[in-house]
Design a protein around this ligand. Structure first.
Ligand SMILES: Cc1cc2nc3c(=O)[nH]c(=O)nc-3n(C[C@H](O)[C@H](O)[C@H](O)COP(=O)(O)OP(=O)(O)OC[C@H]3O[C@@H](n4cnc5c(N)ncnc54)[C@H](O)[C@@H]3O)c2cc1C
Length: 362
């Protein structure tokens, strides 16, 4: 999202960007997503939901998203829903293939299967971008890197990847090599609890176990570890699961829980379709009274929440707050926006992709 939006916006200013896409196709995780691009309806709720985020960056996402969504529509991105279906948020749901196609048509030259180091005769990433040759890094976060996930979040083998396979923190690495500062919340991520099996891309949405708030949730020792109410996004429960022994949990459902609805499906439908649904007698602890189904889940990491520190112009910053020459960042490579909670990653990528482009030509 961030890279294609930046390129499309740059071309509106008469620039000739080149998009280097490491993967085998454009669209990154955006193409795999449910493609709901949204913001909180109320500013105060955004701050309350993501209290540790950088308020100046959040303000830009909140103020500039509606205009950015209209821009996507004007580029021909097909809208599937005009509303998000969630009363606390506003935005639109796009068709991910149509949205990707619309951006690709406007983005100009896209070199698929290439990264920046292959574009330069210098293999030293640190010297690739400068004032005369500005770069916008938008590599989609570091969730695919065992090294970075282990360093900042949890031993990587404990989390399952729920994202495109190419986002392995190369934007973060480039920033660090150029002396970038990191945002708050490097240990945070956005994800869903998923059945504890190897996942394929077609499972990412259909197998998301988004009914933890109705379940009794146990860790492998049979302890109910989550205190208080699970949030609507359930990202707090997912991150709490990541902190349990082996980063695993069991959702245990009784008749009341099975009768609840999540959008147009019942929890009974969702649990029955889960790849790890089991009879309560197979739980590794004494099942609670009334248990009908147990589902073994593991956190699926969709994107990292921490990353490079930027300013309101999407310039990557040194620790002392001064910008690094010619280096801009957007999307999940940028940290500190939804810190402490969860907000739309597509929205932040869209708004800061456009801002990065505007800053490059300013
Ligand atoms: C199943 C699923 C459902 C989701 N649903 C939603 C939703 O409904 N709403 C929402 O807001 N968000 C959703 N998301 C999250 C959303 O997709 C991301 O927040 C968003 O795509 C981030 O944008 P980005 O531009 O940072 O990364 P991406 O869109 O992933 O793009 C990053 C690109 O960088 C490329 N790349 C990586 N490394 C390099 C390199 N070294 N050189 C060149 N290219 C590189 C990748 O191949 C990729 O194409 C979902 C994600 C998934 C997986």
């Amino acid at each position: 999202m961030a890279g294609l939006a930046a390129a499309a916006r740059l071309r509106e200013f008469g620039a000739s960007p080149v998009v280097l896409e490491k993967g085998t196709r454009p669209g990154g995780s955006m193409l795999l997503s449910s493609c709901v691009v949204w913001r909180f309806r109320d500013w105060e709720e955004y701050r309350a939901e993501c209290p540790a985020g950088d308020e100046r960056l959040q303000r830009l996402v909140w103020e500039r998203l509606d205009e950015a969504i209209e821009w996507l529509v004007s580029l021909g991105a097909p809208v599937v829903w005009d509303e998000t279906g969630n009363p606390r948020t506003v935005g639109k749901r796009f068709d991910p293939h149509g949205l990707t196609d619309a951006l690709v048509r406007r983005a100009g030259e896209i070199r698929v299967g290439q990264t920046w180091s292959e574009q330069s005769d210098q293999t030293d990433l640190t010297s690739w971008s400068d004032q005369t040759n500005p770069s916008i890094v938008a590599t989609g976060g570091f969730q695919g890197s065992a090294e970075f996930v282990t360093r900042y979040i949890r031993p990587a083998g404990l989390l399952r990847l729920r994202a495109n396979p190419w986002s392995v923190g190369e934007g973060l690495r480039l920033g660090l090599e150029r002396g970038a500062a990191l945002s708050a919340g490097m240990d945070e991520f956005y994800g869903r609890n998923m059945p504890d099996v190897d996942l394929v891309e077609s499972d990412f949405v259909s197998q998301a176990q988004l009914y933890g708030r109705f379940a009794r949730v146990f860790n492998e020792r049979g302890e109910e570890f989550f205190e208080g109410d699970v949030s609507w996004s359930e990202n707090d429960l997912v991150q709490a699961t990541a902190r349990q022994p082996n980063a695993r949990a069991w959702y245990v459902l009784d008749d009341d829980a099975l009768a609840q609805r999540v959008r147009d499906r019942t929890v009974a439908d969702l649990a029955a379709a889960a790849l790890t649904a089991t009879d309560p007698s197979e739980l590794p602890f004494e099942p609670p009274a009334g248990a009908r189904i147990g589902v073994r889940v593991a956190p699926g990491i969709t994107h990292t929440i921490g990353g490079l520190r930027i300013d309101e112009r999407a310039r990557v910053l040194h620790e002392d707050g001064t910008p690094i020459d010619g280096l801009f960042a957007a999307g999940a490579d940028v940290g500190g926006i939804s810190t402490g909670g969860y907000a739309s990653g597509l929205a932040a990528a869209l708004v800061f992709g456009r801002i990065a482009a505007e800053s490059v030509v300013a």
